[in-house]
Design a protein around this ligand. Structure first.
Ligand code: NAD
Length: 294
């Protein structure tokens, strides 16, 4: 398949490389010229603009930071909707506001172009391995046609509903992860202050109901004071702000998300925005003056 791929950052570059490995023809563009070199070396056509990428393609994929970037590329500045072939489909893999996904899909539909939103979870290691989890929104027939393309980049590809459903599911994922990390940090800090070694708390409860993928990944990082990303606080703030917007639109109560978002914003203003989201622990450490140890 001939594919235009726009946005070759931490996630987009390895995803595009896996599409090339699967035998697809890639036309690529990123504002940052340097990120295109590795792809050009792997056989991708390096384009001078996003408009150049869509020449004669079957599919356009974006992996951009947030809703304004996708709107800018598709509708407002680059206007790919006016340049891409009407027979081509658009798949946005960025994590954006589902309201924006639906707006973009509606604008494309007016031009006869079909769209799916297909955000991912798994982070850079799984993007490199081609084992991402895709949460997809779109029509069943479009999903059936392009499932194989997504499977070249991921090991789980699930159609969650109509367009926008992928990003709704991604927001659920981001809320669950954020609240989970905050609960873990709060409990470990409280446990140590009450006189029990954090390592013992972790060992004793990880196999029970409180155990989780989040606990296994983040408790050791917290005890090591290792806050190398991973997934940055600032990106998680972006996602939780999208949760707030999406929840507001349907009047859904989100008190836990709001609390963790406030904690993350405080960390951001304190200079910790580039830390891994396990640095939610720092919120408690700064309040108590006590540092979690092994
Ligand atoms: P990134 O900042 O590393 O990459 C984004 C890329 O988009 C950059 O290379 C930037 O130059 C490019 N870009 C921005 N505007 C552009 C434009 N107008 N035209 C062309 N290129 C443009 O971000 P990332 O970590 O790859 O994340 C991308 C998306 O995936 C985000 O929505 C993020 O929330 C989501 N995501 C990230 C992770 C992760 O662990 N990093 C995990 C899951 C999902």
């Amino acid at each position: 398949m001939k594919i235009a791929f726009i946005g070759l950052g931490i996630m987009g570059k390895p995803m595009a490389l896996n599409l090339i490995k699967a035998g697809h023809t890639l036309r690529v563009f990123d504002r940052n010229q340097a990120t295109m070199e590795e792809l050009a070396a792997a056989g991708a056509v390096r384009c001078g603009s996003s408009v150049e990428t869509v020449d004669g393609v079957d599919l356009v994929i974006t992996m951009l930071p947030n809703s304004p970037h996708v709107k800018s590329v598709m509708l407002e500045d680059d206007k790919l909707a006016d340049h891409m072939p009407k027979t081509a489909t658009f798949i946005d893999c960025s994590s954006i506001n589902p309201v924006a996904s639906r707006e973009i899909a509606a604008a494309l539909a007016e031009k006869g172009i079909d769209m799916m939103d297909a955000p991912v979870s798994g982070g850079q290691p799984k993007a490199i391995d081609g084992t991402l989890s895709f949460m997809v929104g779109g029509k069943q027939e479009t999903f059936d046609k392009f499932k194989g393309v997504l499977e070249a980049m991921g090991s789980s590809v699930v159609l969650c509903g109509d367009v926008g459903a992928g990003n709704v599911t991604k927001l659920c994922n981001q809320t669950i992860v954020a609240v989970n990390i905050a609960a873990l940090a709060e409990a470990m800090q409280m446990g140590q202050m009450c006189g029990v070694e954090p390592q013992k708390i972790f060992e004793a409860i990880r196999g029970g109901l409180a155990g989780s993928t989040v606990m296994n990944a983040k408790a050791p990082m917290m005890m090591d004071q290792n806050f190398q990303p991973g997934f940055r606080i600032d990106l998680h703030i972006k996602d939780l702000n999208n949760v707030v917007d999406a929840a507001k639109a349907v009047d859904a109560p989100i008190p836990l998300t709001q609390s963790v978002l406030e904690m993350m914003k405080i960390l951001h203003h304190d200079g910790d925005g580039s830390c891994d989201h396990s640095a939610l622990l720092k919120y408690y450490q700064k309040l108590t003056g006590e540092v979690l140890h092994h």
